[in-house]
Ligand binder design. Sequence first.
Ligand code: AMP
Length: 421
Amino acid sequence: MSFESLGLSEPILKAVAEKGYETPSPIQAQSIPAVLQGKDVMAAAQTGTGKTAGFTLPLLEGLIDGERAQANQVRVLILTPTRELAAQVHESVETYGQHLPLRSAVVFGGVKINPQMMKLRKGVDVLVATPGRLLDLYNQKAVRFKQLEVLVLDEADRMLDMGFIHDIRKILAALPKQRQNLMFSATFSQDIRKLAKTIVNDPVEISVTPRNSTAKSVKQWIHPVDKKQKSPLLTKLILEHKWQQVLVFSKTKHGANKLTRQLEDAGINAAAIHGNKSQGARTKALAAFKDGSVRALVATDIAARGIDIDQLPQVVNFDLPNVPEDYVHRIGRTGRAGSTGQAVSLVCADEFKQLSDIERLINAELTREIVPGFDPTHSLPPSRVNQKAKKPKKPKKPKVGHRDGQRPATKAQEQKRASRK
Ligand code: AMP
């Protein structure tokens, strides 16, 4: 399978080749033809599968013909949950569309609204947006949807987790009823399916990873450890294994700040990204992490959502997430595009419930390794996942009339036996 055979035009194929892609990833092979045919799509795919090109390439193709966007109008709207993801998706739109005469823009909160309004004035063919800022712009009449042809919901599960459902509903109400809809989500929970019913119409369903399972190319394990020992253990792991680029997940903003200070004190360049940091600080931290000047990036789930770093080798769950699906998202940061990655979780006894929820979701027991010198005083109970499977089966009741059974055979059975002799 080649990109040429998918029906994309020369300017798009050129951009793809310049990016160095040789063959479409599985999600691209499935979604590109479906989107080109104008079908609605519902895809279960994590970041790292190539999903962004999976929807961007055919959407750009569809925009080549047709009327250009008029003042304040938008032809393709891509909604994402976070600023980082919005910026990244927009970067892809620009890259893949660089040889096309199309206009695109990205809008998100936390920065001035005026420059965004100016950008929208002439109209854009593709707009990438986070829901809150988009609504602000809509309410100020800076954006209109009369020409809207396609709606994309990227990382829809995360949008629901972040409480964007009301904003999404308001946006949907402002869009023309006749449109193409694409929905991408790492996991498909009941809530997502409910939302999907109100958005997509007879969709082509695509799934590139088994439902609710983690990427296969990621080596995952846990280190049981006492809570107080987590920070010294992380320091030891980073130094001993010479991890050069490690994304560390913290449950709270406060925890992320504290851990960053502790790592810095141990001589490890670290930075934190979370919702309390300004957009500028977040962008700077991410850039420093990408160029290698920051060795450990400590992030909360929301801030880390959708961060795309090629071949991120190491993810550490300093705390386990309360929502087990977040574990799947976190692990999705590593082992991407065919490379293998590692994900280790530091788990204290208090987190046994979270661990059990995760193991139930991914339907696997995570290997436990105690690091010498870090033996927990509060040990973790045994995993619940395999316990169930190991439960001995009840011995079967012997069949009536069985030779070794205790119950006497019926008369008919005795006669049958006698006739065989
Ligand atoms: P995504 O899942 O969209 O975040 O993409 C994950 C990474 O895979 C990005 O860094 C892309 O540049 C890369 N990628 C996307 N499509 C391909 C492809 N067909 N071949 C190689 N790399 C790709």
